[in-house]
Design a binder for this molecule. Structure first.
Ligand code: BT5
Length: 251
């Protein structure tokens, strides 16, 4: 891709605790925007809220991007949405699978999690110093490769298509699509991304339960706002937004 910024420099490691940690350290040392840290295996792969991200050797794409967007800290969670749209578009371009997005950070195939995103940032004085966008995509696991507890909720490209996936192609396509999302995020804000995001999220208008910050709330999935927060219409008729949490469909 001409003038590509994302992936201009790539650090490829064999085994690492977490690519987000390595990328964070590189960013602290002054790494330029667009650095990608990718590993064959993560021994302490992380999800949100200190959860574990299972990242076995050679079976997925485990990577982190160093970003330096000139935005206020409250806008940074929008980058999770940019990344999920980029992953969904990349996978759709490569494979005949129906990919959807689940707020805030999951890319799903047939209601199972194929990819998770962990966006972390360093901010000082109301300004973003850097953002680390960690992306984990399951490529070639069989169902038995996932540990119990995750097995029922997870999928991979191999499981979804029946064919071995080319991890290098997934990586390249994801970076290419992320570059597009990121440059529009930086120049036009989150609106173009949200338009695509909305078309990929099947939960709009559905009754959902959100669990987060010590509370559980039910309501209708009304919208997603400019900061990437979910807006629920509560039974009282009031609208309320949540910046973090986990959602599930209420059947
Ligand atoms: C996430 O957290 O989904 C964020 C995952 C981010 C992983 C990337 S890999 C590169 C970079 N380096 C890191 O250390 N992390 C990032 P969350 O929404 O909290 O989901 C975590 C939950 O997903 C776990 O508690 C499990 O239930 C489930 N899970 C763990 N490993 C999984 C996997 N490989 N596939 C599907 N689900 C998984």
């Amino acid at each position: 891709m001409p003038n590509a910024k994302i992936g201009k420099r790539v650090i490829h490691l064999d085994s690492v605790g977490s690519t987000n940690e390595v990328a964070w350290k590189e960013a602290e040392k002054g790494a330029a925007e667009g650095l990608v840290v990718v590993a064959e295996e993560q021994t302490s792969g992380r999800g949100r809220l200190s959860r574990t991200w299972y990242s076995p050797k050679g079976l997925g794409v485990w990577m982190s991007l160093v970003l330096r967007p000139g935005v206020r800290p409250e806008k940074a969670p929008g980058l999770t949405l940019c990344a999920s749209v980029a992953v969904a578009n990349a996978l759709r371009s490569l494979y005949p699978i129906r990919v959807s997005i689940k707020w805030p950070n999951d890319v799903m195939v047939r209601d199972k999690k194929l990819c998770g995103i962990l966006t972390e940032m360093k901010a000082t004085g109301g300004k973003v110093g850097f953002v680390i966008c960690g992306i984990g995509i399951n490529a070639n696991q069989t169902q038995d490769d996932f540990p119990p507890g995750i097995r029922e909720k997870a999928t991979s490209i191999l499981i979804a298509t029946g064919k071995t996936a080319d991890r290098a192609k997934i990586l390249a396509a994801t970076l290419e699509h992320f570059e597009k999302q990121y440059s529009s995020f930086c120049s036009e804000g989150i609106a173009p991304c949200l338009q695509e995001w909305r078309s990929m999220c099947p939960l709009f208008g559905k009754r959902v339960r959100i669990k987060g910050r010590g509370e559980i709330q039910e309501g209708i999935f009304h919208d997603i706002d400019d900061n990437g927060a979910i807006v629920l219409r509560l039974d009282s008729g009031m609208h309320r937004s949540f910046v973090a949490g986990d959602i599930e469909l209420v059947s």
